[in-house]
Design a protein around this ligand. Structure first.
Ligand code: PHE
Length: 354
């Protein structure tokens, strides 16, 4: 059976058309994949959905990857066109994907790094100023307002400043209460703050108006009111025409500022080698139960002329007064503390109360 040439030709033409239609469909499919992918990306708002998208389109078995592998199915004259289209789709989708990924990663980072202000805080333990330091600061503040400057002296002193210049020669019997911790024949831990008087007067000529806080040491037996180390506040005023009235006025002003107006106090005659006359200051204060008693705060007196002579101040021209108060005693009375040892045990339950 022979077929007319035209028929064969027609069949070939028909086959050609069918193939062309298939290739056209495939290209349309490509374009649809690309469009769907870009539209799908637009709806994605989180990283999990983005990963699903990657698996669906861009992974090894994803639609776009498979699309590219199908380019080989096109006849050679159509391959360039198909290849160009497929590669463009892949490029567009990949770029849009990467862009979205960057945006989502960025906002993910921001949300996870946000501070939750409702979380309970981490307690910060801030240190406090020790109650003794607080007391000293308050004392310096009060005397500062009364026109006193602040002076400091060394804790390790020599014989001259701690004793001799204060009218206490080696054989002076009054040395006993000031018994001291010696370091060698000449040096000791100062047994009171009065040596600062000497150091001030050696450096400066009157008028003098200073207070000197500091540690002092005495080999005392420790109990509720005695320590081998404690603090004193020394005061020294030297000028022409200074009298006991000035001393009394200053002490009363201080007591009424520190303990409150109306606080009762008294002078009690006493003896110190470096003052003449000498007194002791007692305060009438109530304890927690309301019981009142006289409590000794420290010594005071008019500067002995021998002390002026020792530092080269004219004792005919100048007079002065001085006191030395125990800082712990002032703090104990002010805050109702009954045992001096508490100050130095560093128990936070005690210290944090002030
Ligand atoms: N220094 C004396 C003491 O420690 C106190 C005092 C100071 C007395 C100043 C008189 C004048 O006890």
């Amino acid at each position: 059976m022979s077929r007319p040439w035209g028929t064969n030709h027609a069949i070939r033409n028909t086959q050609y058309d069918i193939r062309n239609t298939i290739y056209k469909k495939m290209l349309e499919q490509f374009e649809k994949i690309g469009k769907d992918a870009l539209a799908g990306l637009k709806k994605i708002t989180d990283l999990v959905s983005l990963e699903d998208f990657r698996i669906k389109y861009l992974a090894r078995k994803g639609q776009i990857t498979r699309m590219l592998s199908r380019i080989g199915e096109f006849p050679s004259e159509q391959k360039p066109r198909a290849g160009q289209l497929a590669n463009k789709i892949k490029k567009d989708v990949t770029e849009a994907f990467e862009q979205l990924k960057r945006t989502l990663l960025q906002s993910h980072k921001q949300t996870t790094e946000l501070v939750d202000v409702t979380l309970p805080g981490i307690p910060v333990n801030i240190g406090k100023t020790h109650v003794i330091t607080q007391t000293i600061n308050e004392l310096l503040d009060i005397f500062g307002r009364m026109g006193f400057a602040v002076a400091y002296g060394p804790v390790v002193e020599d014989e001259w400043h701690n004793f001799a210049a204060l009218n206490m020669g080696p054989e002076h019997p009054a040395r006993d209460p000031f018994d001291a911790f010696y370091i060698d024949d000449n040096m000791l831990l100062r047994s009171h703050t009065s040596p600062v008087q000497i150091r001030v007067m050696e450096r400066k000529k009157p008028p003098i108006r200073v207070v000197a806080p500091g540690r002092v040491y005495r080999p005392d037996t420790v109990d509720a009111t005695h320590m081998y180390m404690f603090y004193q506040l020394e005061a020294l005023v030297v000028d022409e025409g200074i009298s006991m009235v000035d001393m009394k006025t200053a002490i009363e002003q201080f007591i009424h500022t520190f303990f409150g107006p109306g606080t009762k106090w008294r002078f009690r005659p006493s003896f110190f080698p470096f003052t003449e006359p000498s007194g002791e200051v007692d305060l009438l204060l109530a304890d927690k139960s309301g019981k009142e008693s006289w409590v000794e705060m420290g010594g005071c007196g008019m500067v002995d002329p021998n002390v002026f002579d020792a530092v080269g101040i004219d004792s005919e021209k100048y007079t002065g007064w001085a006191f030395g108060f125990g800082v712990e005693r002032l703090a104990m009375r002010k805050y109702g503390i009954t045992d001096i040892r508490l100050f130095f045990e560093n128990d936070l339950r005690f210290l944090s109360q002030f």
